[in-house]
Write a protein of this length. Structure first.
Length: 92
């Protein structure tokens, strides 16, 4: 996960950058279950094709939250996920 960065124009902070939409959706759900609204920022071509172009990984998804919740969100996302979370998510 990437270091936290801020976007002062929107009041949002990037709390993670992950590869793949499935992982991003799972982490977004984790945050929302904790009461933190999250937004996913991604290139739509990356979701469809999962490609890299000119060194830019289009399949990367940035997870953004309101700046006031950034530290709490990072703590949640930095905690280890339960073993088998990928298999459970794929089956739902």
């Amino acid at each position: 996960m990437s270091p936290q960065s801020k976007n002062n124009k929107t009041g949002l902070a990037v709390v993670a950058t992950v590869s793949g939409m499935m992982r991003a959706e799972i982490l977004k759900s984790l945050l929302q279950d904790a009461g933190i609204q999250a937004i996913l920022d991604y290139e739509s071509a990356g979701v469809v094709f999962g490609i890299t172009m000119d060194g830019l990984k289009l399949s990367q998804v940035r997870i953004l939250v309101q700046e006031q919740y950034a530290e709490q969100a990072k703590q949640l996302l930095d905690a280890p996920l339960a073993p088998g979370w990928e298999e459970e998510a794929a089956s739902s």
